[in-house]
Design a protein around this ligand. Structure first.
Ligand SMILES: Cc1ncc(COP(=O)(O)O)c(C=O)c1O
Length: 366
């Protein structure tokens, strides 16, 4: 038996343990800005919906309840400007879909999955789980006429860089994919968190004109609604592709629990909590951005999303170490691709108190 795990990259967070130990030894405690895990409360309206659905002894629908399917379609229409006939499907958070999408689409050995040059590590993991080859590229022309390409991932706003892809770029990727029969998967987990620009969904009429052939958009309620602990995501797009995902997921038991489905409906039908959460992140972002800039960091991209992409123009591990000695834990750019070796990722997901502590510590001479 060949262990599947041996095909996977090292689990990167293990490499951060030594820096974490240094940061944790700070007399005033660690400020952990490495992982983008929400720390603010789950919105009461969502908790109530979960509680109200706790008596659900039967199996839930893999396709989602009719109410959830309508809530997803309604949100994609309102928030993403998608006016056509969409296929929609809830997922158990979006990470599992990212990790299994190539496999679910029947992609495998001899096929190629294209991922951004600097990106969320799970795109690569998903390709490797399926036995496919990975090419990192942000340029379609650089890919040439490689017929092995079966899937291309884009991620706007990007984790980790915070870069937003303009409408023209999204259009080019969609038409490039359609000409070649390549599926375009757009990870839009941070679409609700635009700061200096308004991110556009690949499903927007501006991009696809209501025709979703070959296109999937991946969404998550983890960041938008503080639901990382509930595992609540969904995918929308090409009805034929979504139907294929549903068919396989039904057999595989990849089902969102019924109380979480109800909680998702409540989250998608309420925008007030999203505005409140955005406000919290906006103020933490201002504090951290100005403290980092004063400490000599340059901030790249970061026009949207949940992170500041910062550099001191030195090896990222040196920066991680310098920050750890001030009790601040950041994620090294190296986690996200070889082209990111001089950046660190600073998450906005810490309490106001911890963010203020980070700003004070950054004011100490470097
Ligand atoms: C780009 C991107 N996609 C997907 C995910 C997965 O999120 P979740 O599984 O919580 O929906 C994350 C989480 O950080 C992410 O940054």
């Amino acid at each position: 038996m060949s262990a599947l795990s041996s095909a996977l990259p090292d689990f990167p967070w293990d490499l951060l343990e030594p820096a974490k130990a240094i940061a944790a030894a700070h007399p005033d405690g660690i400020v952990d800005l490495s992982v983008g895990t929400p720390v603010d409360p789950v919105p009461p309206v969502v908790r109530q919906a979960l509680a109200d659905t706790s008596d659900t002894p039967g199996y839930p629908l893999t396709a989602g309840t009719p109410r959830l399917r309508a809530a997803i379609a309604g949100w994609l229409s309102r928030a993403c400007g998608a006016s056509g006939e969409l296929g929609v499907l809830p997922t158990i958070g979006s990470k599992e879909l990212v990790a299994w999408l190539p496999t679910l689409l029947g992609i495998g050995s001899g096929d190629v999955v294209v991922i951004p040059s600097v990106c969320y590590p799970t795109y690569e993991v998903g390709a490797r789980l399926a036995g496919a080859e990975v090419i990192r590229s942000d340029s379609l022309t650089a890919l040439g006429p490689d017929r092995r390409v079966k899937l291309i991932w884009i991620n706007s706003p990007s984790n980790p860089t915070g870069k937003v892809l303009p409408v023209e770029h999204l259009r080019k990727v969609v038409s490039w994919g359609r000409e070649r029969g390549v599926v375009v998967a757009s990870d839009e987990c941070y679409v609700s968190l635009g700061w200096e620009t308004t991110p556009v969904s690949v499903l927007s009429d501006e991009v696809t004109g209501g025709d979703y052939t070959g296109v999937l958009a991946v969404h998550s309620l983890s960041k938008r609604s503080n639901l990382a602990g509930y595992r609540a995501g969904f995918v929308g797009g090409d009805p034929a592709l979504v139907g294929e995902l549903l068919a396989v997921r039904k057999h595989g038991g990849m089902i969102v629990p019924a109380p979480v489905q109800a909680a998702m409906v409540a989250a998608l039908e309420d925008e007030a909590h999203v505005a409140e959460q955005r406000g919290r992140y906006a103020s933490r972002r201002d504090t951290l951005r100005s403290a980092l800039t004063k400490a000599g960091f340059a901030i790249s991209h970061s026009e949207a999303g949940l992170y500041l992409w910062a550099t001191r123009d030195e090896d990222c591990w040196t920066t991680v170490d310098r920050l750890a000695r001030r009790g601040i834990l950041a994620a090294p750019g190296a986690f996200y691709g070889p082209a990111a070796a001089k950046h660190v990722r600073i998450a906005l997901t810490a309490t106001d108190e911890r963010v203020a502590a980070a700003a004070d510590r950054l004011a100490e001479p470097f």
